[in-house]
Write a protein of this length. Structure first.
Length: 258
C-alpha cells in the first residue's frame, strides 16, 4: 500500500541533547500519533546532494525512517535524529539521512510519507520487556511514555542510553547489555520475568533474530506478546536492507515455527 506523501516545512532545529539533532515541522495535515511504534519516512535525493531542494516524486527515491517523538494539538510534530560514531558500529546510519539532519534549516521542505505503525500498548499489560540498541532509543522513549501507570518495565539497552532522555520512575528498570547478540540474549535470559510479560524488541537484525528465538521458543511467549522490528542490518545501507528485509522476516519467523 502506498503511503500518503506530504510536503513538510521545518519549523525548528535544536541540538539540546548530545549527539541528537531534534527537527520539528510545521503542521502539514499529518495525523496525530496513535500507535506506540508510529514512524514516518522522509524522502531524500538519491545522490545525497541538494538536500534542501523542494520535492519531486522522481528525484527523491531514498527513504529514511524516523520515529515521531513529538506531536502538538496544532498539528506540528518532530523527530530526533541520532548521530553515531564508529564506536557504535552503526556505520549504515552516517548516510544521506544523517547528512540531511546536519544541514537542514528552518524553512526547508522535505517529502514525508506516512505515518506508519500499528502497535498499541495492551490494555492488560502488567510488565513490559523492551530490548533495543541506540538506533531504537526514540521508539523506546515512546513506549515508556505510553506505559500504563499500573505496569512495570524492564529495559535492556545495548551500551546504555547514549545520553538520550528516557522516562524515569520506580516502575522502570534499565539493564545495560553488551553489544554482541550472544551477550544481549544472555542478559535477557538471566532476567526473572513474569509469565504474562509483553515484549518490545527493536534494533539491529543480528540482535532481533536470536531474541525472537529466545522469546518464542525458550520462554514460550505467544506471538501476540512478541512485538519486534529489525531496523537495520550491519554492513548494508538502508536501501540494501530494505531490499532483503521481507525475506529476512520470513526466515526469522519460520525459525520460531510461525
Amino acid at each position: 500500500m502506498v503511503k500518503v506523501q506530504r510536503l513538510a516545512r521545518v519549523r525548528e532545529v535544536r541540538h539540546d541533547i548530545p549527539n541528537v539533532i531534534s527537527i520539528d515541522f510545521e503542521p502539514c495535515d499529518m495525523p496525530p500519533i496513535t500507535s506506540v511504534d508510529d514512524h514516518v519516512k522522509i524522502a531524500l535525493p538519491s545522490d545525497g546532494s541538494n538536500l534542501r531542494t523542494p520535492i519531486s516524486n522522481d528525484s527523491y527515491p531514498l527513504l529514511r525512517t524516523y520515529t515521531r517523538r513529538r506531536w502538538s494539538d496544532d498539528g506540528s510534530w518532530g523527530i530526533d535524529v541520532l548521530q553515531f560514531g564508529p564506536e557504535t558500529k552503526a556505520d549504515a546510519h552516517d548516510g544521506p539521512g544523517s547528512q540531511w539532519s546536519k544541514i537542514v534549516e528552518p524553512g526547508d521542505e522535505v517529502a514525508v510519507r506516512g505515518p506508519g505503525g500499528h502497535w498499541q500498548m495492551p490494555s492488560d499489560l502488567t510488565h513490559l520487556l523492551a530490548v533495543a540498541d541506540a538506533v531504537a532509543l526514540p521508539a523506546v522513549a515512546n513506549t515508556l511514555t505510553a506505559l500504563p501507570e499500573s505496569a512495570r518495565a524492564t529495559v535492556v539497552l545495548v551500551d546504555g542510553h547514549h545520553h538520550y532522555p528516557l522516562p524515569e520512575n520506580d516502575r522502570i528498570t534499565i539493564v545495560p547489555a553488551p553489544r554482541d547478540p550472544v551477550g544481549i540474549v544472555a542478559t535477557v535470559r538471566g532476567l526473572a520475568l513474569p509469565d504474562d510479560v509483553h515484549t518490545f524488541v527493536h534494533g539491529e537484525a543480528a540482535m532481533v533474530r536470536p531474541m525472537r528465538r529466545h522469546l518464542r521458543l525458550e520462554r514460550g511467549l505467544p506471538r501476540e506478546r512478541v512485538q519486534l522490528s529489525a531496523y537495520w542490518f550491519a554492513g548494508r545501507d538502508a536501501d540494501g536492507w530494505r531490499a532483503m528485509k521481507q525475506d529476512f522476516n520470513r526466515s526469522m519467523e519460520a525459525e520460531s515455527g510461525d
